[in-house]
Ligand binder design. Structure first.
Ligand SMILES: Nc1ncnc2c1ncn2[C@@H]1O[C@H](COP(=O)(O)OP(=O)(O)OP(=O)(O)O)[C@@H](O)[C@H]1O
Length: 294
């Protein structure tokens, strides 16, 4: 089996004039992996991805895609599908003409009807792009990435502007692409989408990785949280309260199951009602919030 990483970035630096936007960034994406490049605003995600996609030249460092320079139009480009934040389809073309154009530009083979069906635009095939809704345009953008089932697919904020049904349909389509072996690189500010699906996450801040790893590697350094409200005076609690937040008592713990069990038994024994009880592991949101504080 070919073990060459699909993407191999080594000590990438990008400068805009005096501004150092990406600093010595190194990462690899393996074949079949779902990798999410996340980060704070202005962290350097788009700059990095544009370089990997072959649209931007590195100030220094090396970027390899399928073992080759990413700008290589003949060998590399046809193997990668890119969903940009704005594809810039001509407003005068119909949806069908736009999909056909994707095939011509990417030099990949596919059935236009299959792609239209996949992005749920068959009923809009004869409509001009200028007359599509925001969500429909986004689904047409998605068609650029999935046309011809490329080996490597970049999704830049793919679900922004999509309603819940369209989001689910997009992720179903991505699941199918993965089953067929495609490698996925995602950027998004919807952290839950990354938390649910990504094999690994690179979390960028100010041009470098704040952390990189699996979701559990990223979250396990932070405590889980139990929170609840009390309406009346109660006997001494069995656990220390870490803080109060919006009228609720918050307990942070690295032993969630044990401490939740202790709390529930205590409430049962004393007949105490724990209002709005919530308990759960650390979420990626919390890792984001901790940027700059740790
Ligand atoms: N063409 C440019 N000229 C000058 N500075 C730029 C240019 N493009 C980006 N930058 C700066 O480089 C930094 C990284 O930008 P980039 O768009 O890569 O970040 P990002 O992580 O994608 O951000 P966001 O989440 O806000 O989209 C930002 O501070 C941005 O202002």
């Amino acid at each position: 089996m070919d073990t060459t990483p699909v993407i191999d970035v080594e000590r990438l630096n990008l400068k805009y004039g005096d501004f150092h936007a990406v600093k010595d960034l190194s990462f690899q994406v393996r074949r079949g992996e779902f990798y999410a490049l996340l980060g704070t605003n202005g962290a350097g995600k788009t700059s990095t991805l544009e370089t990997v996609e072959g649209h931007r030249t590195a100030t220094s460092g090396t970027v390899r895609v399928f073992g080759q320079a990413p700008g290589d139009r003949r060998t590399v480009r046809p193997r990668m599908g890119v969903m940009l934040q704005e594809s810039g389809f001509s407003p005068d073309l119909t949806v069908r003409e736009s999909v056909r154009l994707i095939g011509t530009l990417t030099r990949r083979r596919d059935s236009d009807a299959r792609v239209l069906d996949l992005v749920d635009l068959t009923h809009k095939a004869g409509t001009r792009v200028s007359q599509l809704s925001g969500g429909e345009k986004r689904r047409l953008d998605f068609a650029t990435a999935v046309y011809g089932t490329p080996e490597l697919i970049f999704l830049d904020e793919p679900t922004t502007g999509l309603d819940i049904q369209s989001r689910d349909a997009l992720w179903d389509a991505v699941d199918k692409l993965r089953e067929e072996g495609s490698t996925i690189v995602l950027t998004t500010h919807y952290l839950e989408e990354a938390q649910q699906r990504a094999d690994r996450i690179g979390l960028m801040h100010k041009g470098t990785f704040h952390r990189e790893g699996t979701v559990s590697e990223l979250t396990r350094t932070l405590p889980a949280v139990i929170q609840f409200a009390l309406t009346a005076a109660v006997p001494a609690l069995p656990l220390p309260i870490t803080r109060e937040h919006e009228g609720k008592l918050v307990i942070e713990t690295f032993t969630l199951q044990k401490d939740l069990n202790l709390l529930l038994h205590w409430a049962q024994d004393y007949g105490v009602e724990l209002l709005d009880l919530q308990a759960g592991p650390t979420r990626l949101d919390d890792v984001f919030r901790s940027i700059g504080t740790d």
